[in-house]
Ligand binder design. Structure first.
Ligand code: ADP
Length: 403
């Protein structure tokens, strides 16, 4: 490791001269810099200091007994810790040989005796400043290196988490697909197999009502009525559940270029009595041709229209069917002026058997919108409602342009 002085603290300067008076005058010249001045009276003593401390610069007298300045410089340069320290030689000789030897040993400058204090101070100040900037740069470089290392760790961790997340998502998706298929199968089998015994219960309950109405006591008559009503209700539920589970069973053979206008025509035709009885006014924009299952698109429009009429307010139902498009998909909307839906239920109503009205206000089983969602999803689209209580409701659904 290279010596690394602290960037913001005082820097150390090593003054080396065998004559104590010279050291005193060097100190006097440099004390104004506000740095730490360390003094040594021999090369050996200087090397001892350099072993333990980092210095911003060394001022080295050339002529010293035992080990002169050049020998000392050689040893300073040979040690890794002090290799980079700037050395300023202090000498009385101006001959060239002398200078070359000094520069060869890595001197950064020569100061000739008698030393001029201002010159000494300004030169040393430059080296101290350089050393301080150097320390700052090193500190920043270290911090950057550390950040890069930390990032690399973090990166590894993110990669690891991503991989395990992907694996988990895949696993969950497979599980969901499996359980969805099982559920689908269960719904189909249950509703299909339940129809028969249910039909029998219903027929016998009606028979009971026909034959024994008024011949048993009042309670018995009421019980029979309950049985008949509930058997009918259950038949509707089972029928709708079967319908729901059949949506995905229809193969892709039923997909073809389909006119949404015709699908809407058929839907309106199917519910003509309801439209007539309610006086509903249906307005419509031209609708697009899409790739889809015509029977199911008719069913989709039909369910939405029936709801718009069923959940009407005291006003005559007014329904607007329109269409917009962007580059990828068509957006079709069915807007009504009915009772509206509290936004907190905007998602719930698309669930199986979800109804918001008390039973007596709604004859439905709560499957209508679940069927709508299944149809739209099967066509790779989305369906949602925008509404507020008392403000009417607008149902939107999308369908991709290239099917
Ligand atoms: P159902 O009509 O058989 O009850 P749906 O699945 O078609 O079942 O609708 C679920 C619930 O959403 C309804 O019970 C009703 O409360 C609410 N709803 C659906 N369409 C509308 C609408 N156009 N306006 C107001 N509420 C609606």
């Amino acid at each position: 490791m290279e010596p690394e002085p602290a960037a913001d603290s005082r820097m150390k300067i090593l003054l080396v001269d065998d004559t104590p008076e010279n050291l005193v005058s060097l100190e006097a010249a440099l004390v104004g810099l506000g740095e730490d001045l360390v003094m040594a009276q021999s090369g050996r003593e200087a090397l001892r200091h350099l072993l333990n401390d980092d210095f911003a610069a060394v001022l080295l007298d050339v002529r010293m007994p035992e080990m002169d300045g050049f020998e000392t410089a050689e040893l300073i340069r040979s040690r890794p810790r002090s290799r980079q320290i700037p050395i300023l030689f202090l000498t009385g000789y101006r001959n060239e040989e002398h200078l070359f030897r000094g520069y060869d040993l890595g001197a950064v400058d020569f100061l000739f005796k008698p030393i001029v204090p201002e010159v000494l101070r300004s030169k040393v100040a430059v080296f101290v400043e350089l050393s301080r900037s150097n320390a700052k740069l090193r500190k920043q470089a270290d911090a950057l290196r550390k950040q890069a290392e930390d990032l690399h760790r973090v990166e590894q961790e993110v990669r690891r988490l991503n991989t395990s997340l992907e694996a988990r998502v895949l696993e969950r998706t497979e599980e969901l697909v499996r359980s969805n298929e099982e559920l689908q199968q269960f719904a189909y089998i249950a509703s299909h197999d339940l129809r028969e015994p249910l039909r029998t219960v219903s027929i016998y309950a009606q028979l009971l009502a026909k034959r024994y109405q008024g011949r048993l006591d009042g309670d018995a008559d009421q019980f029979i009525t309950f049985i008949v009503q509930n058997a009918e209700r259950m038949e509707t539920l089972v029928h709708d559940l079967l319908d729901f589970s059949r949506i995905d069973v229809r193969g892709m053979d039923f997909f073809a270029r389909t006119s949404c206008d015709s699908a809407l025509d058929d839907a309106v035709g199917n519910i003509r009595p309801l439209v007539a009885e309610s006086g509903a006014l249906i307005t419509r924009d031209p609708l697009p041709c899409v790739m889809g299952d015509a029977v199911q698109l008719t069913r989709l429009f039909q369910n939405l229209l029936v709801n718009s009429i069923k959940y009407r307010s005291s006003d005559v139902p007014r329904i607007l069917v329109s269409s917009r498009e962007n580059a990828e998909e068509y957006l079709i909307s069915v807007k009504d002026n009915g009772i509206g839906i509290d936004p907190q239920y905007a998602e719930k109503i698309f669930g199986i058997f979800r109804v918001l009205q008390p039973r007596d206000r709604s004859s439905g089983s709560g499957m209508g919108l679940a069927i709508c969602r299944k149809i739209v999803t099967r066509h790779a689209g989305r369906i949602w409602v925008e509404s507020a209580l008392g403000q009417g409701a607008t149902f939107y659904w999308t369908i991709p342009k290239k099917g």
